[in-house]
Design a protein around this ligand. Structure first.
Ligand code: ADP
Ligand code: MG
Length: 774
């Protein structure tokens, strides 16, 4: 039935998983649950859907494959379609904002968030015969919840005589989390391990750990390229900007020119022995003491009681099929701090101390970037062989760790770092931090060098760092981030006792409670009054009608709330634009002073500036001048494009689901007038009501303290230390008494560390439902 291209067939036969097809299919046919574990590159993602397809699992229903990363969703759908010689109409993908699913789709690749959203409208997943949860070891939040839900859905489907299969695919990492968790699976599911030919990889640690790992990565790559034999190089760094920087620097050092026939120029590099492969590095003492910064602030005296929002009229919103926000790739977009990545500046790229060594080598490097947000066509380049005479060099974020297998890599250069969003569970403040990878990740990264033959992995840090600073594993995402949206989604699915949910690794109970508290404060959950008896059990919190409306939006609950309420005041089109802008990270750097604001428009603060930026950018877009406009005002073009997609999506969903509403996106959206801006300020408060700040009066500053440090300082809730207006905040012009903020984050290192409020709006104290004076 399947007519594969002979070339494809040859390549498939080399994959270790092919030898296991029969055994795998027997296990699938006989079991509802199956775990397939195998090294990256063994053929799990590309082959298993094909086995199922050929065994007839797509005849009446679809085969679902979930991926935690958008990159893999697109790439793998394309690859499997190609291998099966089927079109994208039959092997399709779906993720937020994008997809090519048709009524003829047989195999559907999707991001895990999309499948979770589908469960909300079709709990039994009746469209599917098999669900494959891929990359389960990544332990993404949605994957973890899907596993918990599917452990219950599968038996339900069996009872209805309409069985569903669940296949969990994973790199060979911590399978016990799935097999030994009896709440998840009473009987441990069968595990099939794919043995893959993995050639030995020699690990080389640096003697010293340099703080500038980009410089070190560059140095090491130059050494490999100029001294070691043929073989592709794969470099791991932490984010998009670092990737681009290294790509630029390496390309400039070993340029590839189309007009040169390199096959004649290459001087054969001598084979080297193992000792030579241990490229030396120079000593450098960069250790600095981690002195605890003494906190000098007095304790904030008051704590405001949580605001309880009263909602009078609620818009009715039909609960339809909405996508969930997808965190994937954002790590690439957001930097933890303005000051932290100074080494990425252009001037630094020019400065090049290594030029002398480079000139002696003429072989070009074929340098390719790889990160989540890269366009699919550019991503696809890494799978193609480099031009004759050039050496392949891929600079990647951790997407190349397990999601995508790049062929012909012999050398891995590992910075040992990754970008991770770190949350403060008490304050809700978050920051992107560059942290040490886990030992497990380091092993995965090194393994990339041993796919085609013996390889070498260069870790740009010492073995002491590996032993003492790299944790064996990082905790799963679900245990590291606030879970408000998940608690709401689960409650909407009828899972009242969220603490009893069969999570693969349960988040801290405290976290679940805090999320419930916040949702209660926002009026999204409430305690039902059971026969006048006060209910103390938080498990009993129910979704309010507002909460139901909110959960329909593909947004965090607080933004969903702003949208749900804006219906009443005819502010929908402003709120859609505002919420879209607030949920896309890093829209603009700096504040365009050329957009003056007064009165309520000024007090709307940074969200007001965002709103005008979005409006003006849209206008420029219509006139075909978007690029110019963005460059002129320091606006990130990609952010504007994403905001546009989100506005379109939200607008059409609202038009479809709210009766009598017909919002259009006005490309000439005028800035809100004074009255509208006042209403918008209240709306912003309705969503951010648990994040209020009050100006610290200079008379409150302790004797001996530098008063200048408190110019923009605020008290926030129960926080002891002051928080400050963002240096780019437009509200620095007026320094209002009361504010709400979108986000708290930490900036600066050591003594300069401070807490900063981002996207701040001024509010009036009388708008606060409960105001407790000192
Ligand atoms: P796993 O899921 O077990 O990590 P995959 O199924 O992703 O393995 O990969 C199997 C093989 O298919 C790898 O050798 C990989 O390089 C190759 N491959 C995947 N996608 C492509 C592509 N688009 N073009 C060429 N080869 C590919
Ligand atoms: Mg895979």
């Amino acid at each position: 039935e399947v007519k594969r291209d002979p070339k494809v067939q040859v390549a498939r036969l080399k994959l270790p998983i092919l030898g296991e097809e029969q055994r795998i299919m027997e296990l699938v046919n006989e079991n509802e649950f199956l775990i397939v574990a195998g090294e990256t590159g063994s053929g799990k993602t590309t082959q298993l859907p094909q086995f199922l397809y050929e065994a007839g699992y797509a005849e009446h229903k679809m085969i679902a494959v979930t991926e935690p990363r958008r990159v893999a969703t697109v790439a793998m759908a394309a690859r499997v379609g190609h291998e099966l010689a089927l079109s994208s109409k039959e092997v399709s993908y779906l993720m937020r904002f994008e997809g090519n699913v048709t009524k003829d789709t047989k195999i559907k690749f999707m991001t895990d968030g999309v499948l979770l959203k589908e469960i909300q409208s079709d709990f039994l997943l009746s469209k599917y015969s098999v669900v494959i949860i891929d990359e389960a070891h990544e332990r993404s939040v949605y994957t973890d919840i899907l596993l918990g839900l599917l452990s219950r859905i599968v038996p339900l489907r069996r009872k209805r005589g309409n069985p569903l299969r669940l296949i969990i695919m994973s790199a060979t990492l911590r399978i016990e989390d799935f097999t030994e968790n009896t709440r998840l699976f009473k009987e441990p599911p069968p595990v099939i391990k794919i043995d893959s030919r993995q050639y030995p990889v020699t690990i080389h640690f640096n003697k010293h750990t340099y703080s500038d790992y980009l410089k070190e990565a560059f140095r090491k790559t130059v050494k490999i390229h100029t001294r070691l034999p043929e073989g592709g190089i794969l470099i791991f760094v932490t984010g998009q900007q670092e990737v681009k920087y290294l790509v630029r620097k390496l390309k400039a050092s070993f340029p590839y020119r189309k007009d040169v026939d390199y096959s004649k120029l290459i001087t054969k590099t001598k084979p080297i022995n193992e000792a030579d492969a241990a490229l030396d590095s120079e000593p450098d003492d960069i250790d600095s003491d981690d002195d605890e910064v003494e906190k000098e602030m007095k304790r904030a005296k008051k704590a405001r009681r949580k605001a309880k929002q009263k909602i009078k009229t609620l818009p009715k919103i039909n609960l339809d099929d909405y996508d969930m926000p997808d965190d994937d790739g954002q790590a690439d977009l957001v930097d933890n701090d303005d000051e932290s990545e100074g080494h990425l500046s252009d001037s630094d790229a020019e400065e090049d101390t290594l030029t002398p060594t480079i000139k002696s080598c003429r072989q070009p490097l074929w340098v390719l970037p790889l990160y989540s947000m890269l366009s699919s066509s550019k991503q696809a380049k890494v799978f193609a062989p480099p031009p004759v005479g050039a050496r392949l060099c891929v600079v990647s974020t951790d997407v190349a760790e397990t999601s995508l297998t790049i062929p012909a890599i012999k050398y891995v250069v590992d910075s040992g770092k990754k970008k991770m969003r770190v949350y403060d569970h008490v304050t809700g403040a978050s920051a992107w931090r560059i942290v040490w990878t886990s030992q497990a990740s380091a092993g995965q990264r090194a393994g990339r060098a041993g796919r085609v033959g013996a390889g070498h992995a260069y870790r740009l840090y010492s073995s002491a760092v590996f032993q003492h600073d790299c944790p064996p594993h990082h905790p799963p995402d679900l245990c590291r981030r606030p879970v408000d949206d998940l608690v709401l989604a689960m409650k909407c699915m009828g899972i009242d006792k969220v603490v009893n949910f069969p999570f693969p690794t349960a988040p801290d109970r405290m976290q679940l409670r805090l999320a419930e508290k916040r949702l209660e404060t926002l009026g999204i959950l409430e305690k039902p009054e059971v026969k006048k008896k006060k209910v103390d059990d938080d498990d009993m919190l129910k979704v309010t009608p507002l909460g139901k409306a909110v959960s329909a939006f593909p947004l965090l609950p607080r933004y969903g709330k702003m949208l749900a309420l804006s219906h009443q005041q005819n502010l929908l089109s402003y709120t859609i634009a505002l919420v879209s802008a607030l949920t896309v990270p890093e829209v603009m750097s700096g504040k365009p002073d050329s957009w003056p604001a007064t009165g309520h428009t000024l007090l709307l603060g940074d969200p007001g500036v965002l709103l005008r930026a979005v409006g003006a950018a849209e206008y420029a877009y219509v006139k075909g001048e978007e690029e110019l406009f963005c460059a002129k005002y320091g606006i990130r073009e990609k952010a504007i494009k994403e905001i546009r997609k989100l506005r379109k999506q939200l607008t059409s969903e609202i038009n479809l689901s709210v009766a009598g509403v017909d919002v259009t996106i006005d490309p000439e959206m005028k800035p809100p007038n004074d009255n509208q801006a006042r209403l918008l300020r209240q709306l912003v408060l309705s969503g951010l009501g648990d994040q209020v700040g009050r100006k610290i009066g200079l008379d409150e500053v302790k004797e001996g303290e530098d008063k200048r440090k408190f110019k923009y300082a605020y008290h926030c809730g129960e926080l002891e230390e002051p928080v400050h207006l963002h240096s780019e905040s437009i509200l620095r012009k007026t320094i209002p008494e009361w504010v709400v903020y979108q986000e708290l984050y930490e900036t600066g290192a050591e003594e300069r560390r401070k807490m900063v409020m981002r996207n701040v709006t001024a509010i009036e104290p009388e708008w606060l439902p409960v105001y407790v004076p000192q």
